[in-house]
Design a binder for this molecule. Structure first.
Ligand code: PLP
Length: 458
């Protein structure tokens, strides 16, 4: 069959409140043009994030009812542990309330001032947690990752030559760990090949720098390997995932993505000593080691979710629906990061709005227009999120790309919702020359994109 259907039936619905452009104009102004600050009931199609927004299955809800809420050593923890251990293969599994809690624990134990942590591309919370410890987060994407229109089957790969140079330049003693983010969210949700993971591990092995995977979207990455990398077509997605993890000494995981859960995460390691330190810190800031920051019912939802996310009919539909949106808008001339990634379509706002300079935030301006036009909530991934301050001049240096991410929640929207999104984007695209830039009128010292307030340029 040519038509790939949503491989689920809908048993419970959540109404969408219809709003008009006039109403949305007022809401935008009140929210300081920051879509994070808009109440969700005022959003028609919420593509802000794929994180924690999945619809859970009947089996997951059944698991929630089974949740064992014992403070210590609950049955739910052991079911969770068995599932994670089976797929990820690591010796120690430390539950946390979400991915960034795993990051904070990992980096505050492993990193100190002056250290460097390379990654294909750090996600914003990863970068912030590393830099909060006084270490430096270094991005080593391949050059194709910075060319939105260029096709590469594994655009999320790490530049291994650059990794070699970095290790030689600063010395392995200043690199407490290296990471690979699968899929590479900040560079367009692009996958990393097995060959690249293997090569990175081979570079690191003699230096004894441990490799960690930022595993949020491990199943989507594994499915891309199955589709695109030679030698994996006949392997199951679970086998591919297990192989990916076999090259690493640990991982951080936000179960809000490929855990198909609304909250949760974990930290894994094979290192006994490190695990002990991590558990001690966990007790201080998250909770007892068998629940971390989660309730027993959350552990159950994740155990079921991690199994369901590996179903190939689910992954086929998932990747096809993201591709459907990407290809439909690209065909009409909207510049996007090619090929569409695993969890999101990224519009290249710099190419679409060349009249707006990077530090007038074309991505933010485009995201505001998409909301105004159709009530769609997206997110800027560009200079609002990633601009750096030049240490000498104190001036802002723009991010390498100005993207707007349309992240697709898992199992939430249907094809007609996607058709509505396409129509909205094409309408904004038609009047793109009229769109003006933005200026920031308030910003916080860290992760400013969450709370910044903007005004349109005159
Ligand atoms: C690649 C990546 N790493 C880490 C995180 C942080 O996870 P959490 O939001 O659960 O703290 C995210 C969240 O979006 C992510 O996409």
């Amino acid at each position: 069959m040519k038509t790939i259907i949503e491989p689920f039936k809908i048993k419970m619905v959540e109404p969408i409140k219809m709003t008009t452009p006039e109403h949305r104009r007022d809401i935008l102004r009140k929210a300081g043009y920051n879509l994070f600050l808009i109440h969700s009931e005022e959003v028609l199609i919420d593509l802000l994030t794929d994180s924690g927004t999945a619809a859970m299955s009947a089996e997951q809800w059944a698991g929630m009812m089974r949740g064992d809420e014992a403070y210590a050593c609950s049955q739910s923890f052991y079911r969770f542990f068995d599932t994670v251990h089976d797929i990820f293969g690591f010796k120690h599994v430390i539950p946390t309330h979400q991915g960034r809690a795993a990051e904070r624990i990992l980096f505050s134990i492993m990193c100190k001032k002056g250290d460097l942590v390379p990654n294909n591309t750090h996600f914003d919370t990863t970068r912030a947690n590393i830099e909060f410890c006084g270490a430096k987060a270094v991005d080593l994407p391949i050059s194709e990752a910075l060319q939105p229109g260029t096709y590469h089957p594994f655009k999320g790969n790490m530049d291994t030559q650059a990794l070699n140079h970095l290790i030689k330049r600063v010395g392995p003693e200043h690199i407490p760990l290296a990471m690979i983010t699968v899929t590479n969210n900040s560079e367009g949700g692009q996958p990393v090949s097995m060959a690249n993971i293997r090569e990175v591990e081979e570079i690191l092995r003699p230096t004894r720098i441990p490799l960690y995977l930022d595993a949020c979207r491990f199943a989507e990455n594994a499915y891309f390997i199955k589709l695109r990398e030679e030698g994996y077509a006949n392997k199951s997605v679970k086998e591919i995932a297990q192989k990916m993890f076999s090259y690493a000494q640990g991982c951080t995981m936000s179960a809000k993505k490929d855990g198909l859960a609304n909250i949760g995460g974990f930290l894994c390691t094979n290192d006994d000593k490190l695990a002990e330190q991590e558990r001690n810190l966990l007790i201080l800031t998250e909770g007892f080691p068998t629940y971390g920051g989660m309730a027993g019912r959350d552990l159950e939802a994740i155990s079921v979710g991690l199994k369901e996310v590996l179903h190939e009919d689910y992954l086929e539909y998932r990747i096809a629906s993201v591709k459907y949106l990407g290809e439909k808008i690209a065909r009409e001339g909207v510049p996007i990061v090619q090929p569409p990634g695993g969890h999101a379509v990224y519009i290249d706002a710099r190419a679409m709005l060349p009249q707006i300079p990077p530090l007038k935030y074309p991505g933010q301006a485009l995201a505001a227009e998409l909301y105004l036009e159709g009530g769609i909530r997206s997110v800027e991934i560009g200079s609002v999120m990633f601009a750096q301050k030049d240490p000498k001049t104190g001036r802002e240096v723009p991010a390498p790309m100005e993207l707007v991410r349309l992240a697709i929640p898992r199992r939430v929207y249907t094809q007609s919702h996607m058709d509505y999104v396409v129509e909205t984007i094409l309408q904004v695209h038609q009047r793109r020359q009229m769109i003006r830039g933005m200026k920031i009128i308030y910003e916080a010292p860290f992760l400013r994109h969450f709370t910044a307030r903007f005004e349109p340029e005159e």
